[in-house]
Design a protein around this ligand. Sequence first.
Ligand code: GLN
Length: 190
Amino acid sequence: MGIHVGVLAVQGDFEKHIKAVRKCQPKAQITEVRTPEQMDGLTHLIIPGGESTTVGLLLERYGLGEAIQNAAKAGLPIWGTCMGMIMMASSVAGRDQYSLNLLDITVERNAFGAQVHSFEEEMQITGLHEPLMAVFIRAPIVTEVGEEVEVLATINDKVVAVRQGNRLGTSFHPELTDDTRLHEWFLSWS
Ligand code: GLN
């Protein structure tokens, strides 16, 4: 069976993820996910960067959040980048916002400070052999991790990539570079 990648497309930079998936898996079927029905038959789901407050409201309102949670329970590999990781976190420091509760972590939003809207940094990440150029845009960091969570990458001791079983969370935006190794790695999960 071929792979069928869903990219959550209610808001945010989903198009760049679609391009990255096409580049590394030209034969993959790709669905822009906006309704619960569009979760059917997916082999992977990517939740892109964007604005977590807005996306949380939309996920809750249209039952899409519940569909994602059910698919996750059934073992679907899910990867959240930046806002996507915020949505997957079980809690957001200092805020009471909608959560998919798929990663046992606490995140802090916009954690690199108001002045530091974006930056790039070369970084080692477990799962890839060579370092990766990571692009951070008003990025969150992970401030607490549960027992089942593996830390994959840190920057100045701040956790910026985690894995819990079939679920991956990254603070940065791999879809904004030409390097598709992280997409390839995630799409190899089943
Ligand atoms: N700062 C955004 C939020 O907290 C996330 C930014 C991003 O996804 N690039 O929702």
